[in-house]
Structures are given as C-alpha cells and as structure tokens.
Design a protein around this ligand. Structure first.
Ligand code: TMP
Ligand code: ASP
Length: 254
C-alpha cells in the first residue's frame, strides 16, 4: 500500500488524501466508542461491514436523487469520496422513541412517534454534541437558513427511503444520525450527504422480535455486536464474500 497523507482521524474512520484533487479515501476502523469516548472497544470486522453497508446505502440514495459524497468502494475497508466541508451539525431523524430522547422526555423506548422528528446536535467532542435548535444553527453560522432547509428536506427524504428499504428486509428504522457537507464544484456549491450510514449511526430493530441490530449492542453490553452488523449486511444481500472469516483488517497504513 502506498504511503498516503492522513488528513483526519476520527473515532471510527480515518481520512487520507485521495488520488485526485477534491477526493479523499475514507478508511473504516474496527474501533467503537460510546458516550463521547468514555467507552472504547474493538469490534472485529466492523470496518469491513460498515464500509460495505454505507456503500450500499449511499449508492441506493444516489439512485433516487439524494446527492452524496460517495464515489466508489476501493477495497474491503476503504472508499473513495469527494472532499467536502463538513457542516458541524448532526441531523438525527427519529421514527420511534429511543436512546437520548426517551431518557430526556421519559417516553418508553419503542413508542412509535405520531410523526418523524428531526433534531440537531452541534458537533463538538468537548461539549458532547449538545442538542441545539435551528436558531442556534443559523445564529452561530454553522449553516445558513437555506442550507438548513436543504438539510432538513434531504434528511426527511433519506428517512422515507431508508424506512422502506429496511422494512423490506424485516428491519424497523428507529432513528439515525447523518451529516452533511458543502461540495464546491467550479463556481457552484451544493449540500451533499457525507460521513457514513451504518449500524454505528442508526438504530435498527428486527421487525418481529425487536432484537437490536446496531451499535446499542455495544453501548449496552448486549454481546453479539459483530453478528448483528453481519445480519444487517446479510439481509441487505451484501455480506462480503468469504463471510466473516476474512474480515480482520490490516493496521491502518500511513
Ligand atoms: P441518541 O438517541 O443517543 O441521541 O442517538 C440517536 C441516533 O443517532 C442513534 O441512531 C445513534 C446515532 N448517534 C450517532 O450516530 N452518533 C452519536 O454520537 C450519537 C450520540 C448518536
Ligand atoms: N460515537 C459517539 C462517541 O464515541 C457516541 C455514540 O455513538 O454513542 O462518543
């Protein structure tokens, strides 16, 4: 593997300089963190599965007209993406009460919401990604009002599409988190979906049994984390050839 310049290292991914200007290579690690880095672990094979699952979901979304940063998968752990300026706002869409919303508002996990809810969090590790309102987002200039409108409307389209995609394979999409970036091309700028969409960033429950098939298995020490991610990939019809055996990846090359 050639030596490449590392541009950024996050908790679950590393970004390297891409082969052409305006591109990056996104490498998926097996590392998992929760509760703002308080808890750390390795889920063997997670990076391979998330690379594949995110590729699949971003590709499907692209096909229905949702612009994304995804270009193509390069290998088991890496994908080529377009370089974007990340907007420091996490968008959470919820269909069913769970996690922090259940805790904050005292609504039992699993309670269906009368309609989908969109929430915003300010991306800041020091502050623990606090929940903010649209007013904060525009007042502090994290995104302009038209950008925020675009993010909200894309998020609801992503929710509608993913809800159906997962129902078709017996999975209920409880909630998910997405991020957006500004893609500059020539004189133009547009908002595109960035980061990843995977069981790290979604709550996915089996439609019959309510079994959790996502990162809550790690957060809550439920065991069977890698198996749950594999089950999501299997149901989507994209379990890597050779199955779980060849999922152990090399150390990140620099
Ligand atoms: P929450 O209920 O903990 O706020 O999480 C809502 C959704 O966002 C859930 O699907 C998990 C995802 N999420 C992330 O992807 N990253 C995070 O840092 C957090 C807190 C949640
Ligand atoms: N990824 C976040 C962290 O490391 C939290 C989470 O997903 O629960 O803190």
């Amino acid at each position: 593997m050639p030596r490449r310049r590392k541009v950024y290292e996050g908790k679950a991914k590393v970004l390297f300089e891409g082969p052409e200007p305006g591109t990056l290579v996104q490498y998926f690690k097996d590392d998992a963190t929760a509760f703002n880095n308080e808890k750390h672990g390795i889920i063997t094979g997670k990076g391979v599965l998330n690379n594949r699952i995110s590729e699949y979901i971003m590709t499907r979304l692209g096909e229905v007209g949702v612009p994304t940063h995804f270009v193509r998968r390069l290998n088991m752990r890496e994908q080529l993406i377009r370089e974007v300026e990340i907007i420091p706002v996490e968008v959470i869409v919820r269909n069913v009460a769970a996690g922090s919303m259940s805790k904050r508002l005292g609504i039992a996990e699993g309670t269906p919401l009368p309609r989908s809810i969109v929430e915003y969090c300010y991306k800041s590790d020091e502050l623990g990604d606090p929940l903010v309102t649209e007013e904060h987002v525009t007042c502090f200039g994290w995104a302009s009002p038209p950008e925020l409108d675009e993010m909200m409307s894309l998020s609801l389209r992503v929710n509608d599409f993913l809800y159906g995609l997962f129902v078709a394979v017996g999975i209920r999409l409880i909630d998910f988190k997405i991020e957006f970036g500004r893609l500059y091309q020539d004189e133009d700028m547009r908002i595109v979906l960035a980061d990843e969409i995977s069981p790290d960033s979604c709550r996915l429950w089996d439609i019959e049994s309510n079994e959790k098939l996502d990162k809550d298995r790690f957060r809550r020490d439920l065991g069977g984390v890698a198996e749950a991610y594999q089950e999501v990939a299997r149901r989507l019809g994209i379990l890597p050839e050779g199955g779980p055996r060849d999922l152990k990846g090399p150390a990140v090359m620099q």
